[in-house]
Design a protein around this ligand. Structure first.
Ligand SMILES: CC(C)(COP(=O)(O)OP(=O)(O)OC[C@H]1O[C@@H](n2cnc3c(N)ncnc32)[C@H](O)[C@@H]1O)[C@@H](O)C(=O)NCCC(=O)NCCS
Ligand SMILES: Nc1ncnc2c1ncn2[C@@H]1O[C@H](COP(=O)(O)OP(=O)(O)OP(=O)(O)O)[C@@H](O)[C@H]1O
Length: 199
């Protein structure tokens, strides 16, 4: 089984590209989805979140209050490190379990959608190639403002916490430039680029 790391900044189009690769037959593992599951009601991370940050960071259903946590961690590096110390080990376990299941199921290509692939540094030796989804910062901001209630400043604070476009491109084996493309053009470009990687 070959392993393709998929990464990109907030709103770059990673999940969309991941969906196209899954439709083309890849086994997709989404780190953001594992993170969200761990902080949903009854999620594995919720009791540690209440213990470390206080019960006011959980809502009435026991799920993480995401807007409250977002405004804390994207303006406070040490709070972000505390949250990551809770969530990341759970996400890493989830990735390993799903990768093993995909291998058992005979998948030929495993697509690992890892938003912090470049930041974490541990993935270089775990994947056979890296596909980066890139776009202009202004496009990231517009997309995220359109799909959520986040303000321009809030999106910018997430971008500031992430690797730069240049850092991501430096580790890429292939880059999809997702600006000015229709979804079907994005799909075609993605599939051509991944075929070109000859995984
Ligand atoms: C801060 C939280 C509560 C905000 O939740 P919210 O629903 O608003 O956003 P969501 O999870 O969909 O993420 C939005 C964007 O921010 C990015 N992001 C999330 N966490 C981080 C982080 N620690 N550093 C940089 N970017 C991050 C995501 O990749 C995505 O592009 C949430 O992102 C979280 O629990 N983050 C910590 C876990 C983490 O590091 N996840 C990312 C990799 S698994
Ligand atoms: N080429 C495109 N044309 C039209 N809409 C697009 C295009 N690429 C992405 N989008 C839209 O932009 C939004 C962000 O895309 P997506 O969710 O794939 O990004 P992401 O990188 O996974 O973001 P995040 O890290 O924040 O979860 C979505 O609403 C998606 O439908």
């Amino acid at each position: 089984m070959r392993r393709l790391g998929l990464t990109g900044g907030i709103g770059s189009g990673k999940s969309t590209v991941g969906k196209f690769l899954a439709e083309a037959g890849g086994a997709l593992v989404d780190a953001d989805a594992l993170s969200r599951a761990s902080t949903a009601s009854q999620g594995e991370a919720t009791s540690a979140v209440a213990q470390i940050f206080g019960p006011e960071f959980l809502d009435a259903h026991g799920a993480l209050d995401r807007a409250r946590m977002r405004s804390l961690v994207f303006s406070d590096l040490s709070a972000r490190a505390r949250l990551e110390a809770i969530v990341h080990p759970i996400v890493l376990r989830g990735i390993a379990e799903r990768a093993a299941a995909a291998r058992r199921a005979g998948a030929r290509l495993l697509v690992l959608d890892i938003p912090l692939l470049v930041e974490s540094g541990r993935w270089a030796r775990e994947v056979d190639a890296v596909l980066v989804v890139d776009c202009l910062e202004e496009t990231q901001i517009e997309r995220v403002m359109q799909r959520s209630a986040m303000t321009r400043e809030q999106v910018q604070s997430v971008i500031n916490a992430q690797a730069s476009r240049r850092q991501r491109r430096a580790v890429a084996d292939a880059v999809v430039f997702n600006d000015g493309l229709s979804l079907s053009e994005l799909e075609a470009k993605t599939l051509t680029l991944v075929q070109g990687l000859a995984l």
